[in-house]
Design a protein around this ligand. Structure first.
Ligand SMILES: [Ca+2]
Ligand SMILES: [Ca+2]
Length: 248
């Protein structure tokens, strides 16, 4: 009896979600970048469904982003406009200096209603770095520091980003991607290799389309972390944040 009841609830939840998509209500499907740095002006690119009449971009704490442009959005290869949206906005935003790191909800008002909120992140400027291209192979891997977050983009189909850090024998490290849980279209895959290219650990999905791995390093020396998309897709909506840190 209980099982039947649970199945009925699961069916209703799935049905309601499908109806929401069919209803074609204004909806945010992706935002680039995924995070903002306090005190710095940023242009948010926001894509979605039925955003062409957007009147206001509202954020938590009464913040507003100033709409600069509204236009039709290109649909990335292999994706469907119904899923990823066909309109996009550009909006200028400065979150106040001193705002603590953490999630920041954002929604868009339109004549057809306000979108459901999505979350961007306020980044900790002291513990953060930007990806530097080219970093498409072991030889041009970008050095990163353990304990910091690097912000990057799989900027075209089949793009691969490689980062390098120096590990110690026996050291336990974790590497984690934040992308799909935020406002990115990336379905990440993470691979950790040693200097010879041997795979030490790899992960596609860890509870969401985002990847996470933990590894006890077998030797001193350089280690490489590769970020790519599970479907070899890329573009301006395929941003990510990669955090490598020592495991507890
Ligand atoms: Ca890249
Ligand atoms: Ca994945």
């Amino acid at each position: 009896m209980r099982l039947r009841w649970l199945l009925a609830v699961a069916f209703l939840v799935a049905y309601a979600r499908a109806e929401d998509k069919k209803a074609d209500v204004p909806r945010i499907t992706a935002i680039s970048p995924l995070g903002v740095i306090p005190g710095q002006e940023v242009t948010l690119k926001i894509r979605g469904v039925k955003l062409s009449g957007a009147t206001e971009v509202r954020l938590a704490g009464g913040l507003k982003a100033e709409i600069k442009e509204k236009k039709a959005a290109d649909v990335p290869n292999g994706l469907d406009a119904k899923d990823v949206g066909d309109t996009q906005l550009e909006a200028k935003l400065t979150v106040p200096a001193g705002l603590p790191a953490g999630p920041l909800s954002i929604s868009i008002a339109t004549p057809e209603g306000t979108t459901a909120p999505r979350e961007i992140r306020v980044l900790d400027a002291a513990n953060y770095a930007e990806e530097k291209e080219p970093n498409g192979g072991l030889r041009e891997a970008q050095p990163i520091e353990i304990g910091k977050t690097v912000r990057g983009t799989i900027q075209e189909d089949k793009d691969v980003d490689v980062f390098q850090f120096t590990g110690k024998n026996g050291q336990r490290i974790t590497a984690e991607i934040f992308a799909a849980r935020g406002t990115s279209l990336l379905d990440s895959v993470l691979t950790l290799t040693d200097a010879r290219g041997h795979i030490l650990a790899a992960n596609d999905d860890s509870g969401s389309h985002d990847s996470a791995l933990t590894c006890q390093l077998p030797a001193d020396g350089p280690c490489y972390i590769t970020v790519q998309d599970a479907h070899d897709r890329g573009g301006p909506w395929h941003g990510y944040e990669l955090t490598v840190k020592e495991a507890p």
